[in-house]
Design a protein around this ligand. Sequence first.
Ligand SMILES: [Zn+2]
Length: 346
Amino acid sequence: MKKVFKYILLSIISLWLLFTSFVTYRFFSNSWTEFKFDENKFKRSHNPIWTIGTPTTQIPFIKRISSCNENYILEFISLERQLQNLKVDVKSGLINEGLINQFKIVYDKWPDGLKRFSENHISNVFIVKNLGSSGYTFTANDSSFIIFINEDILKERPNDWFNRTEGDCIQNKGSSFLINHLIEDSSNNSPVYTLENILIHEVGHCVGVVEGLTPTFDRKIRLPNELNFYDGTYDVQLINLELKSPYSEIFTKLKYYSPEKLTFNEYSLMLDELSNSPFPTTYSTQGQLEFFAEYFYSYIHCILQKRPFEYRFINNNRIIKSVGNGIYNQNNKSRYLLIEKTINEL
Ligand SMILES: [Zn+2]
């Protein structure tokens, strides 16, 4: 009798174990499928995002800054970000009328060519949640673009935003140094300028593609042979432009959106290298597309708008190191001139 009881008990335990492992499996497999790449939803033939054409100029650019109410766009951009190893589920975000009105005043002061380009080539600026970065640009045809902006940055002051994104590359445990980088004077240190800074960088990507000064986003190279903008920085290879030596070694540990961090000392040494290099900013070392977009941004921000750009280290409330934007470096004059010519002819 005792033996029978033992068997019944063992069977109950086994069934229970089987049941709980099934529940656990279902739970994890469900949360996994959320991020599983669904090729069908991504295909040109399946997702209407690929048919979004040139923007209608009857709706001014300012009115194209909005929430995103189309699920196929949000779903697509989530998949695209997941392909880039960012486990994000992009949702629609909000922007209030007040901020759009403030941005309109800022936008009106943009160079005419840049405004013309935005009116003709930027279909939408969608404010979204969980983008995984501050901005992101998509194109279906290398001529019209959708820019996505992460809602969180609409509440962030530009200097805070800059220090947060740069600080994300450094592990500052045990260091008495702090970074106190500057991209806006106190009079301009409000979120509308964070939006402006990010948008100019993203529009820079679009200008690079349309003007044939960067590869397309799908990395098809169609750059003019005589272009020496990337000399000494990126090697033109079959499908990509690779960072060249010695910069590939110097900047190898600088990574954004990654758990890998630099020590303060490494970051400081890297800034020393940056000031004598062809790179205008730290972020411009992150790939050929960023190299161009950061030059474009730096030219507008520093030269045309005469706004500050300074990497600063402080210790005991004193600035102990300051490194400016590389666009002022005489050795980068030809790059500066190419960007100047491009903007003047937009
Ligand atoms: Zn970029």
